[in-house]
Design a protein around this ligand. Structure first.
Ligand code: URP
Ligand code: ZN
Ligand code: ZN
Length: 473
């Protein structure tokens, strides 16, 4: 087996930082070694197959992005990153595991759709991947399949309170699905926006001739996210299911989650870099049709209302459990432009799987959170939340050797002409500049990225069979 020693770096975990050498043997971490100690006898550095210098750099567990949509059929088109292009871009950005969504829709069987997603991903991923299951039609058959999902290593189910006529579930369907998830030990993930009320607002804006991307934001006000979040929390309380609210963007929705957590409930929040950095005014409100780049749901929120600062605060308080990308990319040409003259026809989604680790590191530089919290929200907590710990999310003997060497002295310019490997004709993050950068990425012991060069194979990724959540109170 190939041995690698990562030498001279500072290992950052969710709970602390320490100068340690990391010994990798084959696909897993073999040991963490104090500088100067010789548990394997003197001369280890000379005897390993590869010696990697991490002096003045951070050594962190590979990123775990628990919310992506590779090649998702949505809004009359398909997300532009395939499993191959999207996982390659993720690897370039220091993410070594994604959890994507298999999608069941009316007229299809849950386990058949899971099988289809396996076919799309198998042999086409650069990094390891797992699946959540979207249930777009809650009925006796789909409810019954939830038990089998757990056996298949798919321990989380996503429902939608938004998108009537597409993925939407009624409160009754949600209640029944929550009961079933609670019975079998599955985690309930929720897209919490009041889709019925939103559709009325959308129709009213269009009737008034308000068709630009900005009105996407105005038709999905924070009150309808807060209301749905509260409703989901109450339904979860009645059914005693653990609830993970995805892509939270409104500070009021997070306050609902923080209150529930304060009461001891198994309620968790995910947010995304776009809600921390981008805004309704500057991005959705960009001139002409430009704002289409940032049409996603939940929408970007008003900076004047202070959502972004509050979301960062909730990252510090621990009420945000994980930061994922909700990577759902669409090109402007031929995709986003389907909504020229009608914002409701713009496919919803932003691409960012490549930039999450860097964007969130900038939060450390800007004094928004600690190095440890960076590792915790980007890697350790997503791994624990979704039943992959301690195989993923930690640098510890026995764990998969998914390791990133991060250079705090580097600079990363983000944009189409710079660091961008996603299959998109624009970047939602054009012009962002990061005070740090990805130096080396290991995926299960194999060095797949070195100083911006891809050394891996886009077929190396394996399916991760997940257990039940390890993050329940
Ligand atoms: O706009 C988004 N979020 N697109 C992806 C689908 C979803 O709701 O997560
Ligand atoms: Zn969603
Ligand atoms: Zn999503």
């Amino acid at each position: 087996m190939t041995t690698t020693l990562i030498h001279g770096g500072t290992v950052i975990s969710a709970t602390g930082r320490q100068e340690l050498d990391v010994l990798i043997d084959g696909e897993t971490i073999a040991a963490l070694i104090q500088p100067g100690s010789t548990p394997f006898g003197p001369g280890l550095a000379e005897n390993v197959d590869h010696l990697v210098d991490a002096t003045d750099k951070y050594v962190i567990p590979g990123g775990v992005d628990a919310h992506t949509h590779m090649q998702m059929p949505f809004g009359g088109t398909t997300a532009s990153d395939t499993f191959e292009t999207g996982t390659f871009a993720a690897a370039m950005g220091g993410t070594t595991t994604i959890v994507d969504f298999a999608i069941q829709t009316p007229g299809t069987a849950v386990l058949d759709t899971l099988g289809q997603w396996h076919e799309k991903a198998a042999g086409n991923c650069a990094i390891d991947y797992g699946f959540h299951q979207i249930i777009g039609d809650v009925n006796a058959d789909s409810l019954s399949a939830i038990g089998q999902l757990i056996t298949e290593g798919v321990s989380s189910v996503k429902l939608f309170m938004a998108y009537p006529g597409v993925y939407y579930s009624t409160d009754g369907q949600i209640l029944r699905a929550m009961q079933r998830c609670a019975d079998v030990g599955a985690l309930m993930m929720m897209h919490a926006e009041n889709g019925i009320a939103i559709d009325e607002l959308v129709a009213q804006h269009l009737e008034r001739g308000e068709t630009s991307p900005y009105y996407h934001g105005l038709s999905r006000p924070w009150q309808l996210e807060e209301e749905a979040t509260h409703r989901a929390i109450m339904l979860a309380d009645v059914t005693k299911v653990p609830l993970y609210v995805v892509h939270v963007s409104a500070k009021q929705a997070l306050e609902q989650i923080a209150t529930a957590r304060g009461n001891g409930a198994n309620v968790f929040a995910e947010t995304c870099p776009q809600y921390l950095y981008l805004s309704l005014e500057e991005h959705l409100g960009a001139p002409g049709f430009e704002g289409a780049k940032w049409v996603c749901s939940t929408p970007l929120r008003s900076r004047a209302e202070g959502h972004q600062d509050e979301l960062w605060r909730f990252i510090r308080t621990g009420d945000v459990t994980g930061v994922a990308t909700d990577h759902c990319p669409f090109c402007m040409k031929g995709q986003k432009e389907m909504g020229l003259g009608d914002f409701s026809k713009i496919p919803n989604g932003i691409g960012g799987v490549e930039h999450r680790m860097n964007l969130m590191y900038q939060g450390v530089v800007d004094g928004r959170m600690s190095l440890e919290r960076w590792v915790q929200v980007c890697s350790t907590e997503p791994a624990r939340m979704f039943g992959m710990y301690p195989r993923k999310g930690v640098i510890s003997p026995g764990a998969d050797a998914d390791v990133v060497i991060y250079d705090p002295h580097a600079r990363t310019e983000i944009g189409l002409g710079a660091t961008h490997h996603m299959n998109m004709d624009h970047s939602a993050w054009e012009g962002f500049s990061i005070d740090g950068g990805i130096a080396v990425v290991f995926s299960r012991g194999k060095r797949i990225v070195d100083d911006g060069t891809y050394l891996g194979s886009r077929t190396d990724g394996r399916f991760v069979r997940r257990g039940v959540s390890q993050n329940l109170i």
